[in-house]
Design a protein around this ligand. Structure first.
Ligand SMILES: C[S@@+](CC[C@H](N)C(=O)[O-])C[C@H]1O[C@@H](n2cnc3c(N)ncnc32)[C@H](O)[C@@H]1O
Length: 285
C-alpha cells in the first residue's frame, strides 16, 4: 500500500520550488505560512497520478520541462472561491445606478457597453453581471454588449464556459427569481439558459502578461484577485487597468480591497454600500 502523503512531506526546498513556479507563472505570492495550503492542494494531484507523496510529485516537477502536470499544480494552488452576486452591494449599485447611468450616456452615441471580468473563476461573476444587464436594459437586443471574462486557469475558463452549476453553487447568492428565470434544472445540476450564456466570451488571460484581447472598457471587475499578488504586481496591474478603462468607467474590486496606497490616480466613488474606482485625470496615457 502506498504511504499517505503527510503535510510534513514538504521540505523548505520543495516549498520554495513550488513558490517560485507559482510566482513565475501565475504571479501569486506564497508566504511561508502557505506550506499547508500547498501541500493539501497538491495531494489530490499526487494521488491521482500515482505518486507516493507530494514530495515525489515535486521531484517529478523538478525533473521535467514545463507540461500538463505543472499546469495542474499551478491551477490547484490558485484559490478559486467565488459565488453569484458575491457581496451583493456592488451588484445592487450596478443595477440601480451604474448601469442606468452608463446606458443614459451611451444611448445617443455608441449604444455599446464593454465589460471585463479579469479573474472570473468558474463564471459566477460575469454571469451575475449578464443577469443584471438583462434586468436593467429593456431593449438590450438593440445594444452591442461586449462582456468578456478571463482567468489564468484554463480549467476554470473551460468550466465557466459550460455554464453548468451544482445545487450548492446556485444556493450561494443567486436570488430564487433569477434561478427560475435564467436556469434549467438537469438532474442535480443547473444549466444557464443560452440567452445569458451567449452574452459572455471566455478566454485565458494572465493578468500579469500582455492584455492582447482587452479593449477599452466601461467596467473592469478585478475582485478578490489582487490580494494574491505582491504590491509591485498589484501596482503594475492597476496601471494597466487605467489604460483600458474609459474615463467615465469604473474598476470594481472585492469588498475588502481598495486602490488606496497602491495607485493614487483612482478616485473612489461610493454607490450606497459599494465603492467603485474611477480612473483620474491623466489616466490612459
Ligand atoms: C478568489 S477567485 C475570485 C473570483 C471572482 N473574481 C470573485 O470575486 O468571486 C481568484 C481567481 O483569480 C485567478 N487568478 C489567480 N492568479 C491570476 C492571474 N495571474 N491572472 C489571472 N487570473 C488569476 C484564479 O484562477 C481564481 O479563479
Amino acid at each position: 500500500m502506498r504511504n499517505r502523503t503527510e503535510t510534513s512531506d514538504l521540505t523548505q526546498a520543495d516549498f520554495d520550488f513550488v513558490r517560485t513556479l507559482v510566482k513565475q507563472h501565475s504571479s501569486i505570492s506564497l508566504d511561508d505560512s502557505k506550506g499547508y495550503l500547498v501541500s493539501s492542494r497538491l495531494l489530490p494531484i499526487a494521488r491521482g497520478r500515482g505518486f507516493e507523496s507530494v514530495a515525489a510529485l515535486i521531484t517529478h516537477l523538478r525533473s521535467r520541462p514545463h507540461g500538463k502536470v505543472h499546469t495542474d499544480v499551478l491551477e490547484a494552488v490558485a484559490t478559486t472561491e467565488t459565488s453569484f452576486f458575491r457581496d451583493f452591494h456592488p451588484y445592487e449599485a450596478l443595477r440601480d445606478q451604474v448601469i442606468p447611468d452608463l446606458i443614459r450616456k451611451r444611448r445617443e452615441s455608441t449604444r455599446m457597453l464593454s465589460i471585463w471580468s479579469g479573474a472570473c473563476s468558474s463564471g459566477q461573476e460575469p454571469y451575475s453581471v449578464a443577469m443584471v444587464l438583462r434586468q436593467v436594459i429593456p431593449d438590450i437586443d438593440t445594444w452591442t454588449i461586449q462582456l468578456l471574462a478571463s482567468d489564468f486557469s484554463g480549467a476554470m475558463v473551460e468550466r465557466a464556459r459550460k455554464g453548468v452549476f451544482k445545487q450548492l453553487e446556485v444556493n450561494r447568492g443567486l436570488p430564487a427569481h433569477l434561478l427560475v428565470r435564467y436556469f434549467d434544472q438537469h438532474g442535480a445540476s443547473w444549466w444557464l439558459k443560452d440567452e445569458v450564456k451567449r452574452m459572455v466570451t471566455f478566454f485565458q488571460q494572465n493578468l500579469d502578461r500582455e492584455w492582447t484581447r482587452i479593449p477599452q472598457v466601461d467596467l473592469v471587475f478585478l475582485r478578490n484577485v489582487l490580494i494574491y499578488f505582491d504590491v509591485e504586481t498589484r501596482r503594475r496591474i492597476l496601471r494597466k487597468v487605467r489604460r483600458h478603462l474609459r474615463p467615465d468607467g469604473f474598476l470594481v474590486m472585492g469588498a475588502a480591497e481598495t486602490t488606496l496606497s497602491l495607485d493614487d490616480s483612482f478616485r473612489r466613488v461610493q454607490f450606497g454600500r459599494a465603492a467603485f474606482y474611477q480612473p483620474g485625470e491623466g489616466s490612459g496615457q
